[in-house]
Design a protein around this ligand. Structure first.
Ligand code: HXC
Length: 263
């Protein structure tokens, strides 16, 4: 691989569309702890995948034992306030949160601290029945720093967010799905196939429609209902400028599958 800490693959997409970008976190000895190199590698991979017109969705996954056991504690341990402030530590992860094509986190094993936060930056979170989620930063004398106090709270509400962030306890998949962090639970041996199938399904749709669908849902976290509804309606209207809208609706009428061209 061209990267030190991740593997980047492309699945499908040979006809120029419908492919899936597949990123596997690959620091097994550190349970995929997220150090600066991981962020640099993921950012570079995402830049590639965003430019690549054959890619319609991206899956981010880890190992059977750990999606990621957090930000790299050993890398952070001796940092000063000024080190953290001047580097604006973790700001670079906005690249993943703001990635424009749909993303799926496929999570098995530990998704703790930054691992949980990175999984929550993805659009869909598919979890193996072995997955464990938590924000244990409080046990290290700090707090979540990659969105945990914000994204987790929006996903699960104050009651459970406070419980998790203040006690640092882990939650299993059933609790995480009930609470709204997890989209689907699957048996561990089906995790990657399920994530690939979901990603391929998304990648088979019109890419501009998928991108605007993602943008519209994300908008709901940033704005009032009236503004969000307006954003949605304008985005909906704009899709009538695409060939894919004509094709999708013609295909329905003609009782055949659509052939989207992402145009
Ligand atoms: C650096 C880590 C790490 C981490 C694990 N390792 N998590 N290194 N940063 N976050 C390393 C261990 O030091 C060890 O290296 C190797 O990975 C295997 O881990 P073990 O602890 O031996 O495995 P196990 O006994 O199975 O326990 C798994 C675990 C535990 C329960 C997940 O590793 C753990 O509690 N990790 C830390 C979880 C955590 O606190 N995450 C939040 C980080 S802070 P060696 O070299 O000893 O073999 C964060 C938020 C950032 O993410 C915001 C501000 C801080």
């Amino acid at each position: 691989s061209e990267f030190e800490t991740i593997l980047l693959e492309r699945k499908g997409g040979s006809d120029g569309k419908g492919g899936v970008g597949w990123i596997t976190l690959n620091r097994p000895k550190a349970l995929n702890a997220l150090n600066a190199q991981v962020l640099a590698d993921i950012t570079a991979a995402l830049d590639e995948l965003e430019r690549d017109d054959s890619i319609g969705a991206v899956v981010l996954t880890g190992s059977e034992k750990a999606f990621a056991a957090g930000a790299d504690i050993k890398e952070m341990a001796t940092k000063s306030y000024m080190d953290m402030f001047l580097a604006d530590t973790f700001a670079g992860w906005d690249r993943l949160a703001n990635f424009r094509k749909p993303t799926i986190a496929a999570v098995a094993g530990y998704a703790l601290g930054g691992g949980c936060e990175v999984a929550m930056m993805c659009d869909i979170l598919i979890a193996a029945d072995t997955a464990k989620f938590g924000q244990p930063e409080i046990k290290l004398g700090v707090i979540p720093g990659m969105g945990g106090s914000q994204r987790l709270t929006r996903a699960v509400g104050k009651a459970k967010a406070m419980d998790l962030i203040l006690t640092g306890r882990n939650m299993g998949v059933e609790e995480a799905e009930r609470a709204g962090v997890v989209s689907r639970i699957v048996p561990a041996d089906q995790l990657l196939d399920t994530a690939l199938e979901a990603a391929q399904t998304i990648a088979s749709m019109s890419l501009p429609a998928a991108m605007l669908a993602k943008a519209a849902v994300n908008r709901s976290f940033e704005t009032s209902l009236a503004e969000g509804l307006l954003f949605e309606r304008r985005a909906f209207h704009s899709l009538f400028a695409t060939d894919d809208q004509k094709e999708g609706m013609a295909a329905f009428t003609e009782k055949r599958p659509p052939n989207f061209t992402n145009s």
